[in-house]
Each structure stands twice: as structure tokens, then as C-alpha cells.
Design a protein around this ligand. Structure first.
Ligand code: PEP
Length: 245
């Protein structure tokens, strides 16, 4: 199974989100065998859910709080996501780590709570430019995976997105060789350390021009897409290319 996940970040109003979905539904992607997941802002989630109707396209949130409820001003709980039948949650995105100081221990808390409540986490990991330059990529990924997946339920449905920070929103995608090397390593590490085999996605300046060669890599099962997911034609082109494989 391959995945195409749109991370709209802090973009698109409710109207723009619903307009996008209406256009996407016209693209005849319903018959495709890959899973398409849209992750709009919190305020657009319910409207997008209603617009999905009986479509096979799925809904994801960009974050969630780890506590059930309480005095956490500005946060959204898992029950709130469940109430609108949101199935997926992006966790550990590098922008959350960088701007909101989310550390592995918080990501771990969120992942375990999400799984316990029958939602599905999309865990993001990735090294920054100086870590890559200093040959620290694998040690960074190892500590992010160990930290985030501590005490994980082995039967849980989870996706891991390899997103090198230097490739996010920069137009500078990692090369096939770099992605292949890391995806193979993640696959092996998760098997050895956690006895789990999970779909591994790539994220970082994915476009309809570069996705074809990446999806052919043995241990890549799709994409987490930022910038290119904002344009319905570009996003549906990526979905079609992924689906052909
Ligand atoms: C992202 O933020 O998850 C991402 C991959 O962004 P972009 O596609 O713009 O690099």
C-alpha cells in the first residue's frame, strides 16, 4: 500500500480547503489503490470531513495534545479528533520540534496516547543540514526513533515519514541514493529494535517531477507533501504517479 499525505500546515481557509477537496474529487482518484490523506488546519477539519462524504480520501490532523482534556489553552484533544472521525495525526514534524520545542519524550507520549485511542500516527523524523554534514544522520534518526517509539504497541498501525529538515520547503529534495540509504536503514532498525515493519514515507520538496523515481525505491511507500499539496493539480498528479507504481 502506498500513501500520499497532504500537510497543508497553516495554509488554506475553510472555504479554500473545501474547494480543493471538491476539485480533487473531480480528478477521478477514487478508484486508486493508494491511500490519500488530507491534513488541513484544525478549524477546517470538520468542514473537510463533511465534504468527504463517502469518498475514500481520509482525514488527518497536524497535531494533537497528549492529555485527555483540561487546562491546556489553545490545544486540541484526541476525543475532539475522534468526534469528527479524524483517523490520522502527524506527530514529531520538524516544525513542531523547532518552533514549539516538542521533544522526543512528548512525541512518544502523544504517539502512545494516539494509538491507545485507535487513531493512527504519522511519525516524522529527520536530520538537519549540519547533522548531515557532520555524518550524524543515523545517530539522530536512531535517537528520534528510540525516543518516539518507546513502549510502542507492536500491533499498532503507524507510518514513519523520513523528512530531512534541509529538504523541507527548500525546493531541494534529497537524492534517490540518500533516500534509499535512509529508508533501508530505518526498515532494518525498526525490525531489529522494535520487531515492527512499518510503511516508510519520504517528505521534503516532493513534486510531480521527482516523485516517480523515489516511489520506485524498495522501502519507500509514499510521500508526506507540503508545498506541492497546496495545488490540487500538482497533488493529484503526484497521487496518479504513485498509483501507477
Ligand atoms: C513537510 O512539511 O512535511 C514537507 C514535506 O514540506 P515540503 O513538501 O514543502 O518540503
Amino acid at each position: 500500500m502506498n500513501y500520499c499525505i497532504a500537510n497543508w500546515k497553516m495554509n488554506k481557509s475553510i472555504k479554500e480547503s473545501c474547494d480543493f477537496l471538491r476539485e480533487l474529487k473531480k480528478k477521478n482518484l477514487e478508484s486508486i489503490k493508494s491511500e490519500i490523506i488530507l491534513c488541513p488546519s484544525f478549524v477546517s477539519l470538520k468542514a473537510v470531513k463533511d465534504e468527504l462524504e463517502d469518498s475514500a480520501i481520509q482525514l488527518g490532523a497536524q497535531n494533537v495534545h497528549q492529555e485527555k482534556n483540561g487546562a491546556y489553552t489553545g490545544e486540541v484533544s484526541i476525543d475532539m479528533l475522534r468526534e469528527i472521525e479524524c483517523e490520522w495525526v502527524i506527530l514529531g514534524h520538524s516544525e513542531r520540534r523547532q518552533y514549539f520545542l516538542e521533544e522526543d519524550v512528548i512525541v512518544n507520549d502523544k504517539i502512545n496516547t494516539v494509538i491507545e485511542n485507535d487513531l493512527k500516527p504519522i511519525l516524522c523524523i529527520g536530520e538537519n543540514q549540519s547533522q548531515r554534514n557532520n555524518h550524524e544522520t543515523f545517530s539522530v534518526l536512531k535517537s528520534q526513533l528510540r525516543g518516539a517509539l518507546c513502549n510502542i504497541n507492536n500491533d499498532a498501525k503507524i507510518l514513519v515519514a523520513y523528512e530531512p529538515v534541509w529538504a523541507i520547503g527548500t525546493g531541494l529534495s534529497a537524492s534517490c541514493k540518500q533516500i534509499d540509504e535512509v529508508a533501508n536503514w530505518i526498515n532494518e532498525f525498526l525490525l531489529q529494535e522494535f520487531s515492527i515493519k512499518v510503511p516508510i514515507l519520504y517528505g521534503g520538496s516532493v513534486t510531480s517531477s521527482n516523485c516517480g523515481s523515489v516511489i520506485d525505491l524498495e522501502n519507500i511507500s509514499g510521500f508526506l507533501i507540503g508545498t506541492s499539496s497546496l495545488d490540487v493539480n500538482e497533488f493529484s498528479n503526484i497521487c496518479s504517479i504513485v498509483n501507477e507504481r
